[in-house]
Design a protein around this ligand. Structure first.
Ligand code: SAH
Length: 388
């Protein structure tokens, strides 16, 4: 007999409304079992389905299955992973780095799996999920035939679950560097040490879109490994890549070499300072990319973050040549779409320029954003154009 958790009406309503998280305060009877799958019931003993149970976490339950008759075993995980893989079957043939499992967005709460060519990098971010590590690894191998699986479980979130933080090889071998291809551009992924699982895959389609539109003098600000710069370099005359991390720019230069691009310059500097300097000296750009890190890591930091976003966008707008295009993004979950657009309107109003809103860009299809689970969506992008 599986252990049971009982939840409040509020908790039950959340699941009925399509959100899988049930917080500690909405669990009226806690299962006595260790982390794993538990049956969830409401206060009238009605079965709501199965959840992943995390005894130490504020998110106590993550609902995964409505049908109480189904067993949560290796076959169940395999079905989930097969479905996730099927959703990506239309991925472009020239892309071999993409997200295979986007956690709650693919019905696998707290599980991330990114595919880099023949290798997988996973993140298991809850105790309930961790209990199924062997089943998940077996199912991933079965579905993808990957040569190696690395766990980048070095994320702070694991501490909230009472889990160890480490980077661990789960199967086979995973190289320190993997060369992947993205719409004709090659870049090196560092699965063991790079940010997230080794690269920022969520901007892939936006990099391609901005690359198509690039021309003249281009600026890639917050460049990291130069992934936007590479797409810009194919069409623009010259590209300036700015990042505060010298190490990241060394990698960007290696990536440029790999593609044979010789028109990228690198500047190690604080973006705010450097943009101000460019503005002061009257520089102008035909194509600009602003892809800052998440300034708002939590809701309490939102006000400060908004100032940061507005400042950097204001500078970006001022630096646009006539007819110049700006792709600007935010990956802060707490900066919602409406706030993002409002921030851009305010920056435009202050910039003294006439700025057109051309396209809204967001997450690619391999990062499904579920309407009833706001946390699955975080990336917003806008393509703007200077009309004067
Ligand atoms: N555009 C990249 C991802 C950018 S990640 C891609 O698509 O792959 C954010 C980058 O901003 C990191 O490389 C980090 O080093 C850099 N960064 C953070 N704060 C910065 C600052 N104040 N000035 C310049 N770069 C900064």
């Amino acid at each position: 007999m599986a252990d049971t958790a009982r939840v409040t009406n509020k908790g039950a309503r959340r699941w009925a409304g399509g959100h899988p998280w049930i917080y500690r305060s909405d669990v009226t009877e806690r299962p006595g079992s260790p982390a794993g799958a538990v049956m969830v019931e409401d206060n009238r003993n009605r079965k709501l389905g199965w959840a992943l149970w995390s005894p130490a976490s504020e998110i106590s339950l993550r609902m995964i299955e409505r049908d109480p008759e189904v067993a949560i075993d290796g076959a169940w995980w395999r079905t989930q992973i097969e479905r996730a893989a099927a959703r990506r079957s239309g991925m472009h043939a020239n892309v071999n780095a993409y997200r295979l499992i986007h956690g709650e967005g693919d019905g696998c709460p707290s599980l991330i799996c990114d595919r880099y060519d023949r290798w997988l990098v996973v993140q298991m971010m809850s105790a309930g999920l961790e209990a199924f590590r062997n089943e998940i690894v077996a199912a991933l191998l079965d579905v993808t035939k990957a040569e190696g699986i690395l766990a980048r479980n070095d994320v702070p979130l694991r501490s909230k679950e009472g889990l160890e933080r480490n980077t661990e090889l789960l199967h086979g071998d995973v190289p320190r560097e993997i060369v992947v291809e993205e719409y004709g551009v090659k870049f090196i992924v560092a699965p063991w040490s790079g940010q997230k699982t080794g690269a920022f895959l969520d901007q892939r389609e936006n990099r391609r879109r901005v690359g198509e539109l690039a021309r003249g003098r281009a600026l890639d600000c917050f460049s990291y490994h130069g992934s936007f710069a590479l797409h810009l370099a194919a069409k623009a005359d010259e590209v300036l890549a700015v990042d505060s991390s010298g190490q990241a720019l060394v990698r960007a230069a290696e990536n440029a070499k790999l593609n044979g691009f010789e028109n990228i310059r690198y500047v190690e500097a604080d973006a705010f300072d450097h943009l101000r300097e460019l503005e002061r000296t009257g520089e102008r750009f035909d194509t600009i990319v602003l892809d800052p890190p998440a300034f708002a890591k939590s809701k309490t930091h939102l006000a400060g973050a908004l100032r940061g976003y507005k400042d950097v966008n204001l500078l970006g707008m001022k630096l646009l040549a006539r007819g110049g295009r700006l792709y600007t993004a935010s990956c802060s979950f707490h900066l919602t779409k409406p706030l993002f657009l409002e921030m851009l309107q305010e920056a435009a109003a202050e910039s003294g320029r006439t700025i057109a809103f051309r396209e809204f860009l967001g997450q690619p299809l391999d990062h499904p954003e579920i309407l009833s689970i706001p946390e699955t969506g975080y990336l917003k992008g806008a393509l703007l154009e200077a009309m004067d």
